[in-house]
Every structure is written in structure tokens, then in C-alpha cells.
Write a protein that binds this ligand. Structure first.
Ligand SMILES: Cc1cc2nc3c(=O)[nH]c(=O)nc-3n(C[C@H](O)[C@H](O)[C@H](O)COP(=O)(O)OP(=O)(O)OC[C@H]3O[C@@H](n4cnc5c(N)ncnc54)[C@H](O)[C@@H]3O)c2cc1C
Length: 447
């Protein structure tokens, strides 16, 4: 590999890859396989100095800058520019007394869960342990214990960021309240965050898992209606979601899932009354699988059992003021086992509220939302849009916005990611911190 130091006259040992270099494609490989990114330069960063060198190089030449940690949330295809890969920046440091963790830009949640567990602590990670901790948190971070503790962004103590001027900044709520506010919620568009200091929560075990039904035996709309009613009775600390997955009949899947249309309710609760609280759900209909149990936090990834292998997906979301059951039932028919164009579609509906509705000094919007509907289509982008657009249109009357973290492959669509006031404030700060819009390869705001 050659070094950017040579091209910039700088002093770092930053590894640089260009199209045609043998390691170029491997460096780009990530979880999302649906888009091609062909940067003119990949800056394979190992340190903050490397990131600074890469940002200054790009800024000098007015080149767009992208960032990639794990590739779970790529906004779309791109050509040219500089892509900073952060997977080598994988330091995790727990401070058990302060109950905090410091993570570098390339850290995945699985690393933090493992490092915090010996101290009886847990991070506010989401369903998939392979997701990058930094980008997840900058986009809000809707975790498995979200209704108990709020968004991951609400727990950030400090951020280290390299802004478009190539300057490293240590940002806290006290030192720079405006940039702190902007980064946590609108963060992909204000710089490269090289590290975060985040609060941990004292959780060693939880009650949770999933209760699955066969969607061909039990009407998914009946399950959803019962679920929605049940959410009205649960305490604020209980987090749950509803999902439908039409599994294809392919040998790669375990026999119990092959060809099945699985409807499930997923639960995570830190109180002692989990078993009692979920009891009404077991009466919805014949249960296909029941994994609800007391478990160590380290097993919490089994609640959702998200796929951990790279694949192609497109997705979007709608934050709802309420769940319109009639429209939701229609949506389930459209996305069910026989969808438009045979495009496989996963539906997830998260119960919001609880600690998620508490105000926080950051730009994570739509705290008044009651439910979040997430649709994920497997296959080509055009087919995905043919399925997703009419499905979201059904929900339009009760939709208040979209969630940044669940826009997959919709990088060209930014409307609805923020309410008007938040967008305006973000745009003002964007023109201050990135007037040339170098960080435009994401779902962010422009100046
Ligand atoms: C299977 C799966 C499960 C998920 N579950 C959840 C969940 O439970 N809750 C939730 O909230 N979200 C969830 N997400 C969404 C996830 O949080 C976002 O897609 C997030 O952006 C992924 O970050 P990454 O680093 O893993 O991915 P990447 O694709 O590497 O990064 C995504 C984008 O973030 C930006 N970015 C990355 N690193 C930096 C950085 N250091 N500084 C500035 N910008 C940066 C870049 O614009 C990049 O394109 C899930 C996604 C998937 C695919």
C-alpha cells in the first residue's frame, strides 16, 4: 500500500488504496452488498491523525468524504471522492467506576457488550451486535432497552470529531453545546467522529426473547391488534416490537424457518415481573416458538436474531403518532408472503414512548412518536421502491417523520428525517462547520 503522507507531504502512515490495488475491493466489503462504492481514494485509518490527514487531503481538493465502519448503513452507491474506513480503530475502554465506555470509530457493539459484561454493565446497543457503535449512536440509537433508558445518543458524555476544516475537536455538552446537539442526531454530516464516551447502564440480566406464530395459521393482523392493545398496558421500562418475516424456502435456512411466514413479538425487560407481563401474549394463538426467558445480557442478541451475514437490502421507516390498525392490516397483506414482484419484505414495528419521549440536549427528533414502522425489502432498489412506497403511503396520515438509522439505500431522500425546526438549526450549523458540504455522502442536511 502506498501512503497518503506521500501525496500530502504529511507525516502519518495512513494506508491509501486506489481502484486497481489488490486490496481495494476487500477494504470496501461490508454488510450491505447492494451498492457499489468506488472511491478514488480509500484512506484506511488507524488513528485520529490518519483521519485528520485524509480530511485535510480531501478538503484541499474539495473532494466529497465518505466514512465506513462496518457497512451496515451505507446510504447508496457512490463514485470518486475519499472514503475513510475506520475498522482498524477498534479500541474499547471501560471505566467501571464512572460507568462509561470509550469507543473508537470502528468498534462494533458486540465488543462493547463483551467488555462491559464482567462489570455488570451494558451499553444501549440495538438488535444486531455487528452494527458499529459510533454511527448507530450518531443516528439516535434505538436499543433493545430503549423505552427504559432512552436513545443511546442521550447517554453520550463526549465526542471526538474531525470537522471539515481538518481540525480535531473534543466536544462535550459544556464545551460546545451547539455542536454536541448537532452531532447527536445529525452526526454523519458534521465530520468524522473518531471516538465517543458513552454512559453504560447497570444491567447484568434481562427478561426477554421472542414469541413466534405461524403467519399462515394465525392472521398477522390479529397478532398486531393484540400486540398494540397489550402495549397500552405495559410499564414504561418494557421495550418490545412486532415483526413479520416471510422466510424463503432455501437450503441456507434452518428447516424450522424454511418457507415459513413468521410473525413474532420481541421483548426486553429489566424488571422482575417479565413473565407475568408477557402472559397475555401467549394467549394470542398457537405458538410456533417461545424463547422468552431470563437471560444474561450477553445473550440479548438472540432476542431478534438478526442475520449476521452480508446481503442486499433496502429500507425505510415511518414514525407514527398512532398505529392505524386498518391501514396496518393492509400493509401486512401487501408485504406478506405473496408480495408485489415477489420481493421479500421484513416488517418491524417498534413500540416507542417511555424514556424515548424524554427531551434531551440533542437533535434526535420525533420524541412524541408512539410507534416506528420499519420495512426492509430484499432485492433490487426499483423493486424495493415499488413495494415500499405504496406501503408507506398507506401510513401517511399518521406519519410524523422518518428515522435516520433505518433509511437503507435511500441516501437521496432526506425529507422527513427531521422536523422543520431541527432541520433549520442543523442546516445553520452545517453551513458553519462544513460550508463546502464535504460530508454529503450520507442522509444528512445540507447547508
Ligand atoms: C441488521 C441491522 C440491524 C440494525 N439494528 C439497529 C437497531 O437496533 N437500532 C438502531 O438504532 N439502528 C439499527 N441499525 C441501523 C444502524 O444503526 C445504522 O445503519 C448505522 O448507520 C450503522 O452504522 P455502521 O457503522 O455499522 O455502518 P456503516 O455503513 O459503516 O456506516 C453508516 C454511515 O454512518 C456514517 N458514519 C460511519 N462512521 C462514522 C463516523 N465515525 N463519523 C461520522 N459518520 C460515520 C457514514 O455516513 C456511513 O455511511 C441496524 C442496521 C442493520 C443493518
Amino acid at each position: 500500500m502506498n501512503s497518503l503522507a506521500k501525496t500530502t507531504g504529511g507525516t502519518t502512515d495512513l494506508h491509501v488504496l486506489r481502484p486497481g490495488d489488490p486490496a481495494y475491493d476487500d477494504e470496501l466489503a461490508g454488510f450491505q452488498t447492494g451498492f457499489t462504492q468506488r472511491p478514488a481514494i480509500i484512506a484506511a485509518a488507524s488513528s485520529t491523525d490518519d483521519v485528520i490527514a485524509a480530511v485535510r487531503y480531501a478538503a484541499h481538493r474539495n473532494l466529497p468524504i465518505g466514512v465506513q465502519a462496518t457497512g451496515h448503513g451505507l446510504p447508496g452507491a457512490s463514485e470518486g471522492g475519499v472514503l475513510i474506513t475506520t475498522k482498524r480503530m477498534d479500541g474499547v475502554h471501560i471505566d467501571p467506576q464512572a460507568r462509561t465506555v470509550r469507543v473508537q470509530a470502528g468498534v462494533r457493539w458486540s465488543q462493547v457488550v463483551a467488555a462491559a459484561e464482567p462489570y455488570g454493565l451494558a451499553p444501549l446497543n440495538g438488535s444486531a451486535p455487528g452494527v458499529g457503535a459510533v454511527s448507530y449512536t450518531l443516528g439516535g440509537g434505538l436499543g433493545i432497552l430503549a423505552r427504559k433508558f432512552g436513545y443511546a445518543a442521550d447517554h453520550v458524555r463526549a465526542l471526538d470529531v474531525v470537522t471539515a476544516d481538518g481540525r480535531p475537536r473534543h466536544v462535550t455538552r459544556e464545551s460546545d453545546p451547539e455542536l454536541y446537539w448537532a452531532l447527536l442526531g445529525g452526526g454523519h454530516t458534521f465530520g468524522v467522529v473518531t471516538g465517543l464516551e458513552i454512559g453504560l447502564v447497570p444491567v447484568r440480566t434481562l427478561y426477554g426473547g421472542s414469541l413466534a406464530f405461524d403467519g399462515r395459521e394465525v392472521d398477522p393482523a390479529v397478532v398486531l391488534r393484540a400486540y398494540e392493545e397489550w402495549t397500552r398496558s405495559v410499564p414504561d421500562g418494557l421495550t418490545s416490537s412486532f415483526a413479520t418475516v416471510p422466510y424463503p424456502d432455501i437450503p441456507a435456512l434452518p428447516p424450522r424457518l424454511r418457507g415459513r411466514y413468521v410473525v413474532s413479538v420481541r421483548v426486553a425487560h429489566t424488571g422482575a415481573d417479565g413473565e407475568r407481563l408477557v402472559a397475555p401474549l401467549r394467549g394470542i394463538g398457537p405458538v410456533l416458538a417461545d424463547s422468552l426467558r431470563e437471560m444474561p445480557y450477553a445473550e440479548s442478541h438472540t432476542i431478534h436474531s438478526d442475520p449476521d451475514f452480508p446481503h442486499t437490502y433496502y429500507g425505510d421507516s415511518a414514525v407514527l403518532s398512532e398505529l392505524d390498525m386498518e391501514k396496518a392490516a393492509e400493509l401486512l397483506v401487501r408485504t406478506g408472503p405473496d408480495p408485489v414482484d415477489d420481493t421479500m419484505c421484513v416488517v418491524q414495528i417498534n413500540h416507542l414512548g417511555g424514556a424515548l419521549s424524554r427531551p434531551a440536549p440533542n437533535s434526535v427528533p420525533y420524541r412524541e412518536g408512539r410507534f416506528l414502522v420499519r420495512l426492509l425489502a430484499m432485492g433490487g432498489r426499483a423493486e424495493a421502491r415499488r413495494l415500499l412506497d405504496p406501503a408507506f403511503a398507506l401510513l401517511a396520515p399518521v406519519t410524523i417523520g422518518r428515522a435516520l438509522n433505518f433509511a437503507f439505500g435511500a441516501g437521496d431522500r432526506t425529507e422527513g428525517l427531521y422536523d422543520a425546526g431541527t432541520r433549520e438549526r442543523l442546516a445553520g450549523l452545517k453551513s458553519q462547520y462544513d460550508p463546502a458540504n464535504l460530508f454529503r455522502r450520507n442522509y444528512g442536511v445540507s447547508a
